[in-house]
Design a protein around this ligand. Structure first.
Ligand code: GDP
Ligand code: MN
Length: 372
């Protein structure tokens, strides 16, 4: 069974192989929110069970959250070698100085594991085998003995990496071999293994585990089941971002805004049982839209607990640099606790949806009148 890059990377990272900070996104707005939280240029990569994504257009860069949204929309609409892209990995973009290649695999002819490495990574190794076979190093560890760090450094030396890289390269090769044996892998591969100003980092990761051994790695298999979409989101033309829990309540909030002469900028349904994390994500999504002048958060707690919402709001407001007034209507389950939390943080709220909607529209008018 082959695993997605991000699952393979988590495993590699657990064994001490350096990777870049990254998070999985299941829809464009989520990628945008991640990019906004990370605050650095990112690389956005299709999570599919095939290689050659780069060539197919499944690996793209974004310098800001707006670009992240656009690029994610493009990649999520793609099919790569017949596989529809459903998940993305949003990762800090590495500054690449050089690309290497390291893989541990099974040489069926030799009936042994083999380490294949090259100082010419990035490109497909099959092509390199045709054009420059001498640049491909093969090393056969003895599967009955422990693979020792000096052997891994020997591979690095044969790759002809610069002398200062022999030790860190050897370290990664040694760890990759350990991943290979520990997880009963058919393949554990890093292509490219990149040299950056911060050192060597696994920019890509491939792991295939022998099917007959999967019962020993249930935790890995479980990680392939990604969570479903967390929030439902539609972008609109107005300037008041509407967030609610439940589609009906969100639509009602939009109607209220309209009734008072305002224009909604978003429909964003955080669903039931909204955690702090989801509130945080919802706010960071709407605050990324330039046109949003006021946020109207309409929560009637049922499964969703008002105190969770209150904590989420506070956390999200702390995290964002963009100061946009937020009008909150908060009632329902645990409302006393939720309202107390907001009061303590000095964040005003309403309990009536009608009043809150009117207040949001008035605030927006004031802001526009001030020409902000
Ligand atoms: P693959 O095409 O499916 O093997 O996907 P990879 O993850 O290997 O990415 C393809 C190529 O994109 C790499 O060989 C790199 O040249 C480039 N790439 C991937 N991640 C980064 C990054 O963080 N920074 C830069 N500059 N390039 C990257
Ligand atoms: Mn690759």
């Amino acid at each position: 069974m082959r695993f997605f890059e991000n699952v393979a990377k988590t495993i590699f990272h657990n064994e001490g192989i350096p990777i870049l900070e990254g998070h999985v996104a299941n829809y464009p707005e989520e990628a945008m929110a991640i990019s906004s939280e990370m605050g650095v240029p990112v690389v956005i990569k299709a999570q599919v069970l095939t290689g050659g994504r780069g060539k197919a257009g499944g690996v793209k860069f974004a310098d800001n959250p707006g670009e992240a949204l656009k690029v994610s929309e493009e990649i999520l609409g793609m099919e790569i070698k017949g596989e529809k892209v459903k998940h993305l990995l949003v990762e800090e973009k590495a500054e690449i100085l050089h690309e290497f290649f390291v893989t541990v695999s099974v040489d069926r002819g030799a009936r042994r594991p083999v380490i294949i490495a090259s100082k010419e990574g990035g490109i497909e190794i099959e092509n390199l085998a045709k054009t420059n076979p001498e640049k491909i190093i093969k090393y056969y560890p003895n599967p009955l003995l422990e693979f020792l760090p000096y052997e891994a450094r020997e591979v690095a030396r044969k790759m002809e990496v610069p002398s200062e890289l022999i030790s860190p390269m050897g370290d990664i090769i040694w760890k990759l071999y350990n991943v290979f044996t520990k997880y009963d892998a058919d393949t554990a591969e890093i292509n490219p293994l990149v040299l950056t100003p911060k050192g060597l980092i696994a920019a890509d990761a491939k792991m295939v585990v022998e099917n007959d051994s999967l019962f020993r790695h249930q935790d890995l298999v479980d990680r392939m089941h990604y969570k479903k979409k967390a929030v439902d989101f539609v972008q609109l033309d107005g300037d008041i971002a509407v967030i609610g829990n439940g589609a009906g309540l969100t639509l009602t909030a939009m109607d209220m805004i309209k009734l008072n002469g305002g224009e909604p900028a978003t429909f964003l349904d955080i669903g039931g049982g909204a955690s702090e994390h989801i509130i945080n994500q919802a706010l960071s999504i709407v605050l990324n839209y330039e046109r949003v002048k006021v946020v109207f958060l309409n929560v009637l707690g049922g499964i969703t607990k008002a105190d969770d919402v209150a904590r989420g709001v506070i956390k999200a407001l702390e995290d964002t640099d963009r100061k946009v007034p937020i009008v909150i209507r908060l009632t329902g389950t645990n409302e006393e606790e939720g309202q107390r939390i907001l009061e303590e943080a000095g964040i005003p709220f309403e309990t009536s949806m009608e009043k809150a909607a009117l207040k949001a529209v008035e605030l927006c008018e004031e802001i526009k009148a001030e020409g902000k």
